[in-house]
Write a protein that binds this ligand. Structure first.
Ligand code: IPE
Ligand code: IPE
Ligand code: MG
Length: 259
């Protein structure tokens, strides 16, 4: 599907002044669903459902802002340690979202990818995820990477195992080669990682790919993180200077101090 014929999901782009530099790849740790629910006297799963509703709005905003890649952390390798009822509920939500949303995502030009391991999921759910990926594979407006049963360390372990299986020689191992063995192969590194809910940690998310990303933390719980907050994050990113270990461009020709 071509990316040119889709109407904008919201008619807001004329009104919105976008920041100068829009990141190519935004990643989000969608945290705080449980606390959002508890603060309203609701069960945690209601928070996860509200989080899913919000995801739909943020996907639309990403399309509007012409972000090319969105990676969302939906279920970590550590989240298996939650009560079984919550884990089962999260699996059901993934299934419902695919059933309900895949046609609309497709119509909007979204290409779905999965990062993480599918093998621990129910075979029926695995099949559903694979079908959704196949269904949207030719879209190119926004690539949505869903990190589900994803862990950054697990990803690196998996990459090392595959390199060994392929007989890669030690001297051929490079940054680029490792990147090609990760679940995100072919996807550029994230420019920014946003974490909602006030927690100031990475929780095993994109630990290789995020080496030089800009981190943005907000106290807002994920279900309340809206288009305006996304726009503020993009504005903040636009003002950050990325130096990659070098020095600021205008500091290279300062007069030398006599010693
Ligand atoms: C993030 O929200 C979603 C998942 C981890 C699946 P949480 O469920 O972690 O919400 P809090 O952090 O307990 O509020
Ligand atoms: C990270 O959130 C995982 C997801 C958002 C899917 P957690 O709530 O699981 O992380 P911790 O426990 O605060 O580190
Ligand atoms: Mg949490």
């Amino acid at each position: 599907m071509s990316s040119t014929n889709h109407p904008l999901p919201m008619n807001q782009s004329e009104k919105t002044e976008l920041p100068e530099r829009i990141p190519q790849h935004v990643a989000i740790i969608m945290d705080g669903n449980g606390r959002w629910a508890i603060s309203r006297g609701l069960p945690r799963l209601a928070g996860h459902r509200a989080g899913t509703e919000n995801l739909r709005r943020i996907i639309e905003a990403c399309i509007e802002f012409k972000i090319r890649y969105l990676t969302i952390y939906a279920f970590s390798t550590e989240n298996w340690g939650r009560p079984q009822e919550e884990v089962q509920g999260l699996m059901r939500i993934l299934e419902d979202v695919i059933d309900r949303e895949i046609q609309e995502l497709h119509d909007q030009g979204v290409k779905l990818r999965h990062i993480g391991r599918l093998d621990r999921l129910d075979p029926r759910l695995q099949e559903k995820v694979l079908q959704a990926i196949e269904f949207t594979k030719d879209n190119n407006r926004l690539t949505l990477n869903v990190a589900f049963n994803y862990g950054g360390r697990d990803e690196i372990v998996c990459a090392i195992q595959h390199m060994l299986e392929d007989g890669v020689e030690a001297e051929d191992v490079s940054d680029e080669l490792v990147s090609q063995y990760l679940f995100t192969a072919g996807v550029p590194d994230p420019d920014i990682i946003i974490r909602t809910s006030g927690e100031l940690r990475g929780s095993n998310f994109l630990i290789w790919q995020g080496a030089y990303c800009e981190w943005i933390f907000t106290p807002t719980y994920w279900p309340d993180f809206d288009r305006t907050e996304l726009l503020s994050a993009l504005e903040e990113f636009s003002q950050r200077e990325r130096r990659y270990g070098k020095i600021a461009e205008n500091q290279g020709d300062l007069p030398q101090h006599a010693s």
